[in-house]
Design a protein. Structure first.
Length: 419
């Protein structure tokens, strides 16, 4: 007999692999499994039944997912199951058996099923777990080995609420899997097509009125447009951050011959990427004595010793280190102290409005003093107004970057002089 109920199963196969690769398998699958396990347990305990379970209808079979059996030994196990047609579940979903059964031993329609005598089944409650499109995932069931005439419609109502909750959690999980898969595919595609370009924004020595370096910033071409920080964040979610960062660094370095010989190139890179093999080889194309690495503390560097060890050979060959976004809340003083950077980049949130706001100015002064005492140089980012530049000049910040001084531009239209 064919299955009259449309059944919907959660995506498997590639999705499961993707989730494992993304490191989400553990976290979200365990959380979902635990939540559903709690559902079956609370039903069993609350209704005083012997067994409660969630079943899934898949491929013409009824498969047990979460089971809670207290101390009773039952002949069912998670992952096991049998033909849908031989189950209470199917017959309840299509109306051949009632959702509330006080004593299956007294019901001829229930006695048609071998399990009724074999288990034996006494009281039985079962409700379908339906997705928002109306398709049936499976059922939420509980039964006891003896009859129970005190069960009523209110008990069934509670089961329905919990079945809705279960359906909601399963749908949420499926949609999260779908999103993560889309992100991963997007990043893999951009890595394959190399559909991005690099723009270079000048960094200025203000008193000497000259360009001393360029920050390489990535522009991704795929539509809809997303800012580079979103792309790199998504790459991190997909476990592909290092791949993407290394790929764009390799691309950025291709323009080194086009940069004036007395300037450096500043590259954005996350601490995790710097710990990966392969990065040194790319950076060595530099040359290293014309490179600055800008590091942000969005994700904290766990092992500063290992990090320093990985960088020491490169720093010995002239590679400089910058702490990016200082003052933005990410780059803590501890982080700066441990990294011993050559450069501290004052975050845009401190620079913008520094001419108006004493608090911003005070924080900038603290960082400037800190830099002076620890032997780092300051570069102020995001300078848009002459009045901001003037305050920075008074505070003896000589190096700056921002739309006022130069916009990011492709290497073919590199800004090489100042007005
Ligand atoms: P960031 O490293 O702090 O880069 C500075 C951002 O400020 C850039 O945004 C730049 O275009 C923008 N900017 C420069 N001057 C001004 C100004 O005067 N006013 C304003 N409002 N903004 C200014 P962009 O290029 O959109 O990059 C955003 C963030 O994305 C970067 O912040 C960086 O964290 C990340 N990012 C960009 N390219 C790369 C890359 O190649 N690798 C990595 N790992 N991250 C990148
Ligand atoms: Ca930066
Ligand atoms: Ca920055």
């Amino acid at each position: 007999m064919s299955d009259p109920v449309p059944s919907k199963t959660l995506p498997v196969g590639k999705t499961a692999l993707t989730r494992a690769l993304l490191g989400l398998e553990g976290e979200s699958a365990i959380a979902l499994g635990q939540a559903l396990q709690d559902v079956v347990r609370s039903i069993r305990v609350h209704l005083g039944m012997d067994v409660a379970f969630i079943s899934e209808f898949t491929g013409g079979r009824r498969v047990f997912r979460q089971i809670d059996a207290g101390l009773v030994a039952v002949p069912i196990e998670a992952g096991g199951g049998g033909p849908l047609e031989e189950s209470y579940c199917q017959r309840i979903v299509d109306g051949r058996l009632p959702q509330l059964i006080h004593n299956a031993q007294e019901l001829p329609a229930a006695l048609e099923l071998a399990a009724t005598r074999a288990v034996p089944v006494g009281a039985h409650l079962s409700v379908p777990i339906c997705f928002s499109d109306g398709s049936v995932y499976g059922t939420l069931c509980c039964f006891s080995l003896t009859a129970n005439y005190s069960l009523n419609e209110r008990d069934l109502g509670m089961m329905k609420v919990l079945a809705d909750f279960t359906a909601h959690r399963l749908e949420q999980d499926a949609s999260r899997q779908h999103d993560t898969e889309a992100i991963r595919e997007r990043i893999e595609r951009v890595l394959e097509t190399r559909d991005y370009n690099i723009v270079y924004q000048p960094i200025i020595h203000v008193p000497e009125h000259r360009i001393i370096g360029y920050e390489a910033l990535t522009r991704f071409s795929p539509e809809p447009y997303r800012t580079p920080d979103v792309w790199f964040h998504e790459a991190a979610l997909a476990g592909l951050q290092a791949e993407l960062e290394i790929a764009v660094i390799a691309r950025a370095l291709e323009a080194m011959p086009l940069l004036p010989g007395n300037t450096y190139m500043s590259l954005n890179v996350s601490p995790a990427t710097l710990m990966r093999s392969g990065i040194a080889e790319v950076l060595e194309r530099g040359p290293l004595n014309r490179l600055v690495l800008e590091i942000t503390e969005h994700e904290s560097i766990i092992d500063y010793e290992a990090f320093a060890r990985a960088l020491t050979p490169l720093r010995q060959h002239g590679l400089a280190l910058a702490v990016d976004d200082a003052g933005a809340g990410y780059a803590s003083f501890r982080h700066i102290l441990r990294l011993k950077p050559d450069i501290i980049k004052l975050d845009i949130s401190l620079t913008q409005g520094i001419d108006q706001d004493p608090a911003r100015r005070a924080l900038a002064v603290a960082l400037i003093q800190f830099a002076a005492e620890t032997g780092s140089k300051i570069v102020a980012e995001g300078v848009e107004k002459l009045s901001e530049l003037e305050v920075l000049r008074q505070l003896k910040v000589n190096k700056a970057q921002g739309y006022l001084l130069g916009r990011p531009a492709p290497a073919s239209r590199l800004q090489t002089s100042l007005q």
